[in-house]
Ligand binder design. Structure first.
Ligand code: ADP
Length: 471
């Protein structure tokens, strides 16, 4: 919950920061735009008045200037309120003034006077008579374009400043208000978006090894959370499968271990039931030794598989002469078939090279050859061939033995799967040989293919990538 609360708050805080910055930016923009346009409007007004006053100054008669207010009223149609007008000569000496200036005068800056003498208009903002004034200094030119007089018109900025103050007040109240509303909306939205996360959290907390069948319900929308739920459910499914496999493997392994142990126990009890001849004891011990051999092979196979499952088996990756390796395996396995007069035939294409672990490869071929002999009939024939086929090496181990029914073929590589349990046991099989072979082929980036016809024989072909000399 701590995590969720923090995401919610972080989302809202970020949302507010971004919104706050945007609002402040736009408010500043609005304020300056408003200020500009208000000043422009004032400037426009004082410019118009200046032009009126300038046009009233007849070059010949000075009498026209006797009453500026009268002139303005005549031209503009009304007496402009809050406007001060004064007339200067070229050197800046004040001449006529509007009546509202009384005995005061508008300030004339050096800059404005200089600009006017050069025929340029100047706008200035100054605090005069205790209030802010916008002042225009307007040169009046003669017919020959010479500056004759200077008109100064000032307008009070009180209204403009009041308007701007009001605007600041409005903006300053709207921004925090908008932020408060947005933060409430943000928390509401974050809550709504994160609600399914609570559900995911609750259900995943309930999942243990005992109820791996539980799944997180998919949200209605196929969004990022939907994908997350799918990923979590996929992970639980994989875990469930692995768990089931481990449970199955443990129960199969216990079962497999139980049989030889029961036999061993039975034989020992039988041997000890009464005093026996040394020959009889030998018989019991021999039979026990067979079971012990089977047990030790089973434990060895289990160890290989468990190490393979957990990736704890370190493998070599060296160039291997497969032709030689398979031939050695074949030669060394010949004795296995001697009792049942099974004939082993080897055909080998020379120099078939692969990259791999020679010990593991040997283990795989021994297993397959041993199986071919185990599941052959008396006086059967086992043919082993090693060939190069494109980019792959093919090692085929063919027998003319009992064969495998097509419905059993998909399962023979499963752990502990045996088509004929009693035959496998009799021959010392553990039911793990082919699973180990499959694993060895796969870690060498290869595979095993099976063809089999019941009562006609089987062919197991190991396909491994050839060693690329140029690689
Ligand atoms: P096992 O130790 O029982 O031989 P494997 O994993 O090596 O276990 O083989 C699994 C099963 O596949 C065997 O029990 C057997 O029924 C069948 N099988 C394997 N190889 C052959 C073969 N060459 N011919 C007929 N059946 C075979």
């Amino acid at each position: 919950m701590k995590f969720l609360a923090s995401i919610r708050i972080r989302l809202t805080v970020w949302y507010m920061i971004i919104l706050g910055c945007t609002l402040v930016f736009f408010s500043t923009l609005v304020y300056y735009q408003m200020k500009r346009s208000l000043y422009k409007s004032v400037d426009h007004k004082i410019m118009t008045i200046s032009e009126v006053v300038a046009s009233s100054i007849a070059p010949q008669s000075r009498s026209v200037l006797s009453n500026i207010e009268e002139r303005l009223t005549k031209k503009v149609g009304r007496q402009p309120a809050g406007k001060f007008v004064q007339l200067l000569d070229r050197s800046g000496h004040v001449g006529m003034k509007s009546l509202n200036l009384r005995n005061k005068r508008l300030p004339v800056s050096y800059e404005a006077l200089k600009n006017a003498s050069e025929g340029r208009i100047t706008y200035e903002t100054k605090v005069v008579f205790g209030e802010s004034l916008r002042i225009i200094t307007y040169p009046v030119k003669s017919r020959v374009k010479k500056v004759r007089n200077i008109v100064q018109v000032a307008s009070s900025l009180t209204d403009v400043e009041d308007t701007l103050r009001q605007l600041i007040f409005i903006l300053a109240s709207i921004v925090p208000l908008a932020l408060i509303i947005a933060s409430i909306g943000g928390i509401f939205l974050a809550n709504k978006v994160l609600k399914p996360v609570n559900e995911i959290n609750r259900i995943t907390q309930e999942i243990t090894s005992k109820n791996l069948g539980l799944r997180v319900p998919r949200p209605q929308m196929h969004d990022e959370l939907g994908e997350l739920v799918e990923t979590i459910n996929g992970m639980i499914e994989r875990l469930e499968n692995s768990f089931r496999q481990i449970q199955q493997f443990t129960s199969d392994a216990s079962h497999e271990l139980k049989t030889p142990l029961t036999i061993l126990k039975g034989e020992a009890e039988l041997a000890l039931r009464k005093e026996r001849e040394p020959g009889e004891y030998r018989h019991y011990l021999q039979s026990s030794l067979e079971e012990i051999n089977r047990l030790s092979r089973l434990v060895q196979d289990l160890l290989v598989l468990s190490k393979a499952d957990t990736g704890r088996l370190t493998l070599q990756a060296v160039p291997v002469n497969l032709s030689q390796l398979v031939e050695t395996c074949g030669q060394q396995s010949k004795f296995l078939g001697e009792d049942s007069e099974i004939h082993l035939e080897l055909t080998t294409q020379p120099e078939v090279q692969v990259l791999g672990d020679p010990n593991r490869l040997k283990q795989m071929f021994y297993n397959l050859i041993e199986n071919a002999i185990k599941y052959s009939n008396r006086s059967g024939k086992v043919m082993i061939s090693t060939t190069r086929n494109g980019q792959y090496a093919h090692v085929a181990i063919r027998d003319n033995g009992v064969g495998i029914a097509s419905e059993d073929i998909p399962f023979i590589f499963d752990r502990f799967y045996r088509v004929d349990k009693s035959r496998s046991r009799e021959a010392g099989g553990t039911g793990l040989g082919l699973s180990i072979c499959k694993w060895i082929a796969e870690i060498h980036k290869g595979r095993i293919e099976v063809e089999s016809v019941p009562d006609a024989g089987s062919c197991f072909t190991v396909i491994l990538p050839l060693l690329n000399e140029n690689a």
